[in-house]
Write a protein that binds this ligand. Structure first.
Ligand SMILES: [Zn+2]
Length: 450
């Protein structure tokens, strides 16, 4: 038998870039309770119910109680209200809607209201800060203009919608510092209209958006290529915000940040949280806005400068997406309930829930972080203090080629710190705020120098 010395193990650990410092967040056992409370049965019930509305095309029937998007959104709203009645009316539930006409895009067959169903769980300390989980209400047939043919959209995207409702069920049993929004968006398949509407609503109402976790297809484990995998999932994030200024673009050339935009930091946070609390899962960081040339409802939020990522299955099955239900040459087409793995949807719902909880329990991130240390042997950081009673700040750093933060140091409740012997040229840096409960904000990449 080979005996490994502790020193050898430590060396191995540092070679693989794993930090030994304990993550304060892994001491909150409520996160494990949340993971355990997410129910696959409840997700299955909701997916079957949503698929049962026949079609949820954004332009489908709005009058019927059993078929079409009108029936679907009324049912979702009543479910959010049921959840709220079990937590002392902790959810504020409402429709947020915008009118679209064929002039608004080439996939709009007629005028209609694009209606989102919003449920807000207000935070006790920072009610105007919002972390958002979204799924989509709408579905489509082979032809997206066809609003009458059956389009059960069991995976795309009843799975994301059901996960969002289940997260609301579980998280509504807790109180948070910041607000959590659970939302069903519409008009996704015709041009991301629901997301656009809610992002503009957020801007207009001056919401301080921490980020949006957009869930689009979280239930399929069988790829079109036959790969079956119920552990992996993807986190898509764009590199930097599309609305950055020319000055910010220029600064990046000299100070870095090409892979450190706000959405990427959100993706890293989720990745780290999952690795800590759900080590059996395999989160894949995808360094791009979305799938190649395709879109999702986090994008309209990114367009307005909000952090946002897409969370979804690792292996897509194109025979089950955007397809009329039929059999052709022995292949079954259609997005039917049989194609959804409810246990997997439960896992990805838990991924969302623990990150909503951590972010909503964490203090705000420091807004202004500056870095210095040019031609000096040490790196210096300073930042604007966060309002509120917090434990302090944590500095993160990593090799310039590393995808995840590799090193961190809790520096206490100060507003500047020097990392002795750490040369600014050789690493990338960031700062997070740490609450007294151990929960951490997103990491902020320096946005100024001194
Ligand atoms: Zn779709």
């Amino acid at each position: 038998m080979i005996k490994l010395s502790p020193r050898f193990l430590l060396a191995m650990i540092s070679i693989f870039g794993v930090s030994l410092s304990t993550n304060a967040q892994d001491t909150d056992k409520r996160l494990y309770e949340i993971i355990d409370d997410i129910s696959a049965d409840s997700i299955e019930y909701d997916i079957r119910k949503l698929a049962g509305f026949g079609t949820r095309n954004t332009f489908s029937d709005t009058v019927s109680d059993t078929r079409g998007i009108g029936a679907a959104r009324r049912w979702i709203k009543s479910e959010f209200e049921n959840i709220s009645s079990k937590c002392d009316d902790c959810l504020e539930v409402f429709y947020q809607k915008d009118y679209v006409t064929p002039e608004d895009g080439d996939r709009i067959p007629k005028e209609a209201w694009v209606v989102n169903v919003v449920a807000i769980q207000k935070g006790a300390k920072y009610p105007n800060r919002y972390v958002i989980m979204s799924g989509d209400i709408d579905s489509r047939a082979s032809n997206t203009m066809d609003f009458t043919t059956d389009a059960p959209g069991a995976n795309d995207n009843a799975s994301g919608m059901a996960g969002t409702m289940e997260a609301a069920r579980v998280l509504s049993q807790y109180e948070f510092d910041s607000s959590i929004i659970y939302v069903g968006l519409s008009g996704e398949e015709q041009g991301l209209f629901g997301g656009k509407g809610l992002a503009e609503f957020a801007k207009k109402n001056n919401w301080d958006v921490i980020g949006i976790l957009n869930n689009d297809m979280i239930g399929n484990i069988e790829g079109v290529d036959g790969v079956i995998d119920n552990r992996s999932f993807r986190i898509f994030s764009e590199p930097v915000p599309p609305n950055e200024t020319e000055r910010e673009r220029r600064m990046r050339r000299f100070y870095g940040g090409e892979v450190d935009g706000i959405s990427r930091q959100l993706a890293r946070y989720i990745h780290n949280n999952v690795k800590t609390h759900m080590p059996e899962m395999n989160p894949m960081m995808i360094y791009r806005l979305d799938r190649f040339g395709r879109g999702g409802h986090h994008r309209p939020f990114n367009d307005l400068g909000f952090a946002g990522v897409r969370i979804m299955e690792a292996h897509e099955n194109y025979n089950r997406q955007h397809q009329d239900i039929r059999t052709e040459n022995g292949i079954n087409y259609g997005d039917v309930v049989e194609g959804v793995n409810f246990e997997y949807a439960k896992k990805l719902t838990a991924v969302n829930a623990i990150n909503l909880a951590s972010l909503a329990w964490a203090p705000p991130a420091p807004s202004k972080v500056e870095i210095g240390g040019i031609v000096e042997p040490s790196t210096k950081l300073r930042w604007e203090p966060v309002k509120g009673d917090i434990a302090g700040y944590k500095i993160y750093w990593r090799d310039t080629t590393a995808p995840q933060w590799q090193h961190s140091r809790f520096v206490g409740n100060v507003t500047e710190f020097t990392l002795e012997g750490i040369v600014i040229d050789n690493f990338l840096f960031g700062v997070a705020a740490v609450g007294k409960n151990g929960h951490e904000s997103l990491v902020v990449f320096p946005n100024g120098t001194f």
